[in-house]
Design a binder for this molecule. Structure first.
Ligand code: AMP
Ligand code: GLY
Length: 425
């Protein structure tokens, strides 16, 4: 199979690494890729949001399957673009159409969808400029902390959790009246705060059946002990001990099945990944958010635990035969630690030479924000490398990743030293 993978982060490096192991892969291209993906295929300088450039490349290179890593092209309708173009009728694409991608692209859409299908989630109200007063009254009827979410995509920054009512009222006003998050906050979801532990659950679906992938826990805050600013994710582990069989049973029955059935019953043709951002409240799962893609850095522990050929699963999605495909996992655990640029998630410098990558032999170094500089790699983003290791349990896997990190360096390198420590007894 000839494949084009869209994206350039750690998630895409992990996808490229996994696809490169497939016996049915002929050629792999990554647009635009990074310094790590070039080891598994050919990087091509195409912007995933430039659909006509993607189309031209696909036709010129006889690409048979396009795998979409990030959410933006999906929310912008890349699947619709492919489905509606007769010249692309023989090309399959892994990712939902724009309607399905609304599960991530609009918090209000996702909340209303969950309400229609009785899927457990926090109580909420949605407000616009015209209903600001109602929004303030709604806030006043709730208890702290107050959760405010910009409806649209806001690069992970659109959620505010505030303890003070007056501040929450001010922020709601600024989101709606001053477009604090641009058009993304033209609508704001105000929701009840849920107290519990978060876990990321992933399925792949061809729109008819689904397969569950390994779950993972992400560490979103920059600082140890889950303090400081939110980031894209500072590390992840899989499996997650508190996502035990009883909990995962509830996730299956109360969340995954109603979601996939709900999509089908509403005529939404969803092919690709569904990412359930869940919170475990006293043993019961609630949906915090949906995403229409894999997580990053979760993918860097989820795919290493997948034993099956991922292209066989993708072929199952493309041909609506996913239910006939076998899916198997490794029993061993995986942990990944993100190495980030000094200053991230605020301003940081780029172009720093990365040393020591070749001396890491027992762990996987997934590149997140890197670019090639001749044969070497330099930093080109906030999150730079995800260092993944296996272990007989998460404790051993984490330890191995920290040992590998001791061999890697770049100017300003920062990382959390407590990934997974909350899960180890
Ligand atoms: P989201 O972009 O919706 O995933 O929200 C970002 C982060 O905010 C989540 O990962 C949670 O840590 C937190 N969060 C969002 N909604 C809630 C909620 N209702 N209760 C508690 N925490 C929340
Ligand atoms: N790690 C969280 C995300 O990918 O959204």
């Amino acid at each position: 199979m000839k494949i084009l993978l869209l994206g350039s982060g750690g998630r895409e490096h992990a996808l490229a690494w996994k696809m490169a192991q497939s016996s049915i892969l002929d050629e792999l291209y990554i647009a635009p890729g990074n310094s790590g993906t070039r080891k598994h295929g050919k990087n091509v300088a195409i912007d995933p949001n430039n659909f006509s450039a993607v189309k031209d490349f696909v036709l010129e290179n006889n690409i048979e399957l396009v795998v979409v890593g990030p959410e933006e092209p999906l929310v912008n309708g890349i699947a619709d673009f492919f489905n509606s173009d007769p010249m692309l009728s023989n090309v399959s694409l892994i990712g939902p159409d724009a309607e399905g991608a609304q599960l991530e692209g609009s918090k209000d859409f996702a909340k209303a969808f969950m309400k229609r299908h009785n899927i457990p989630t926090a109580k909420y109200g949605t407000f616009t400029k015209d209903s600001l007063e109602k929004g303030i009254a709604f806030l006043r009827g709730m208890n702290a902390p107050y959760v405010l979410k910009a409806d649209g995509l806001a690069a992970g920054k659109g959620v505010l959790i505030l303890n003070d009512l007056a501040e929450a009222e001010r922020e709601l006003t600024s989101m709606l009246m001053d477009s604090k998050f641009g058009n993304a906050s033209a609508k704001v979801v105000v929701e009840q705060f849920l107290d519990g532990r978060e876990v990321s659950v992933f399925v792949i679906t061809d729109g008819q059946s689904f397969k569950l992938l390994p779950e993972a826990k992400d560490y979103k805050r920059i600082g140890e002990g889950d303090t400081g600013l939110n980031t894209g994710g500072m590390g992840a582990v899989s499996p997650v001990p508190f996502a035990d069989a009883a909990f995962m049973d509830k996730v299956h029955n109360q969340i995954i099945v109603p979601t996939t059935k709900g999509l089908k019953s509403e005529g939404i043709h969803y092919k690709g990944f569904i990412f359930f951002g869940l919170i475990n409240v006293k043993g019961d799962p609630y949906v915090i958010e949906y995403n229409c893609r894999l997580g990053d850095p979760e993918t860097e522990v989820v795919l290493p635990r997948l034993k099956s050929d991922i292209l066989d699963l993708f072929e199952g999605i493309a041909t609506n035969t996913l239910s006939e495909r076998d899916i198997q996992f490794y029993d061993k655990s995986a942990a990944t630690i993100m190495l980030v640029s000094g200053g991230y998630p605020k301003a940081y410098k780029k172009g720093k030479q990365i040393y020591g990558l070749n001396s890491v032999v027992d762990s996987l170094c997934f590149h997140a924000g890197t670019r090639s500089d001749g044969p070497s790699s330099v930093t080109s983003g906030g999150r730079v490398l995800a260092v993944t290791s296996y272990g007989k349990n998460i404790e051993f896997a984490i330890k191995k990743s920290y040992e590998a990190i001791d061999k890697i360096s770049f100017e300003g390198m920062n990382y959390r030293k407590d990934i997974g420590s909350d899960l180890i007894k």
